[in-house]
Design a binder for this molecule. Structure first.
Ligand code: HEC
Ligand code: HEC
Length: 291
C-alpha cells in the first residue's frame, strides 16, 4: 500500500513540513496582511483583464451587428481582387508577366504603378495593347468599369503604387489652373489642350474627351513621354485646379464659329488677312477685267 500511494506515507508529517517551508505566515501578523493585500491586488488585476475581454467581445459583437455593410465590403474586396486576377491572367499576363514583373520586349513591370496607372491605361483603351507601335493609341475601353475596378484592385494589392483620388476633381481655382496648365502642360498639349506632335512619331493627344479621373491619373502615372506629376510636383489642389481649367476650356463653345486653334486674335487676323485680302484682290481684278 505504501508503494502504490506514497502520499499516504508523507501525510502525517506534511503539516509540520508545510509550516516550516511554506511562506504562509500566521494569521494576524503584518506579513499576513501584506499577503492579503497582494492577493486582492492580484484578484483585481484578473478582474480588470476579464472586464477588458468582455469589453472587447462586446465591441466585436456590436461592430458586427451595426456594421454589416462594412463587413460585406471587406468580403467583396478580396473577390474583386480574385476577379481581377482572372482578367489579368486572361488579357495582360502575356506582356506583363505572372507576378507583374514585366516581360522583356513585350511589356513593362507593373510593380509600383498603382491603380491610377491601371485606370488610365485601361479606361482610355490603351491597354490591353493589341499591336506594338510607337505609342499605344487610345481607343474605346474594352473592359467595363466594374472589370477595370477589379484589375485595379488586383494590381494595387500585388504591386502597390499611386491610388486614385476621391471627391470633386474640379474643385480648384480656375485662374491658378490656367497658369499651371500653361507652365506644365501646354508645351505638349497646346494652349487649349488640343494636343500636338512630339518627336519619333509620338504625339500628345487632345484632352477634349478626357474625363476628370483620366486627367488626374495621367498626371499621377505619366504615360509614355509625359512626365509624372507626383504630389511633390503638383499638389492635389493644383491638380484639381488644372482639371477645372482643362474641362472649362474644352467644354467652351466657339461662339464665333470655327475656333481656328483658339490661340486668339493672331489666328483670326491671319485668316482675315489671307481670306479677306484675296477676296478683295479678286474683286479688284474682276472689276478691272470688266472695264
Ligand atoms: C501586347 C502586350 C500587352 C498587353 C496584352 C497588355 N499590355 Fe500593358 N503595356 C504594354 C506595353 C508595351 C506598355 C508600355 C507602352 C506604353 O506605355 O504605351 C504597357 C504599359 C502598361 C501600363 C503602364 C505602366 C506604367 O509604367 O505606368 C499599365 C498600367 C498596363 N500596361 C496595364 C495593362 C493591363 C491591365 C493589361 C491587361 C488588361 C495590359 N496592360 C495588357 C504591353 C501590353
Ligand atoms: C513632355 C510632353 C507632355 C507634357 C509636359 C504633358 N503631357 Fe500629357 N501626354 C503626353 C503624351 C505623349 C501623352 C500620350 C501618352 C500615351 O498615349 O500613352 C499624354 C497624355 C495625356 C492625357 C491622356 C489623353 C488621352 O488621350 O486620353 C492626359 C489627360 C494628359 N496627358 C494630361 C496632361 C496634363 C494635365 C499635363 C500637365 C500637368 C500634361 N499632360 C503634360 C505628353 C505630355
Amino acid at each position: 500500500m505504501s508503494t502504490t500511494n506514497p502520499q499516504s506515507d508523507t501525510q502525517p508529517d506534511e503539516g509540520p513540513r508545510r509550516s516550516r517551508w511554506s511562506r504562509r505566515p500566521a494569521e494576524g501578523t503584518p506579513a499576513a496582511a501584506a499577503r492579503a493585500r497582494r492577493r486582492s491586488k492580484q484578484r483585481r488585476r484578473i478582474g480588470n483583464v476579464a472586464a477588458l475581454m468582455a469589453g472587447l467581445v462586446l465591441t466585436g459583437a456590436l461592430y458586427s451587428t451595426f456594421a454589416p455593410a462594412q463587413a460585406a465590403d471587406e468580403g467583396s474586396e478580396s473577390t474583386a481582387e480574385a476577379a481581377g486576377r482572372e482578367l489579368y491572367e486572361r488579357s495582360c499576363i502575356s506582356c506583363h508577366g505572372e507576378n507583374l514583373e514585366g516581360v522583356p520586349n513585350r511589356g513593362p513591370s507593373l510593380i509600383g504603378v498603382g491603380e491610377a496607372s491601371v485606370y488610365f491605361q485601361v479606361h482610355t483603351g490603351r491597354m490591353p495593347l493589341v499591336r506594338q507601335g510607337s505609342q499605344a493609341p487610345d481607343k474605346p475601353a474594352i473592359f467595363s468599369d466594374e472589370e477595370i475596378d477589379q484589375l485595379m484592385a488586383y494590381v494595387q494589392a500585388n504591386g502597390g503604387g499611386p491610388v486614385l483620388p476621391s471627391g470633386d476633381l474640379r474643385d480648384g481655382d480656375l485662374a491658378a489652373g490656367g497658369e499651371l496648365f500653361r507652365l506644365n502642360c501646354a508645351q505638349c498639349h497646346n494652349f487649349v489642350g488640343q494636343g500636338g506632335a512630339l518627336s519619333s512619331g509620338k504625339y500628345a493627344p487632345s484632352l477634349e474627351d478626357s474625363n476628370d479621373l483620366e486627367i488626374y491619373s495621367a498626371m499621377l502615372s505619366g504615360p509614355e513621354n509625359m512626365p509624372v506629376f507626383g504630389d511633390n510636383q503638383l499638389t492635389p489642389e493644383e491638380k484639381r485646379a488644372i482639371i477645372n481649367y482643362i474641362q472649362t476650356i474644352t467644354d467652351m463653345p466657339d461662339p464665333g464659329g470655327a475656333g481656328i486653334g483658339r490661340i486668339g486674335p493672331v489666328s483670326e487676323g491671319l485668316v482675315i488677312w489671307t481670306v479677306g485680302i484675296s477676296a478683295l484682290l479678286f474683286g479688284i481684278f474682276w472689276m478691272g477685267s470688266k472695264a
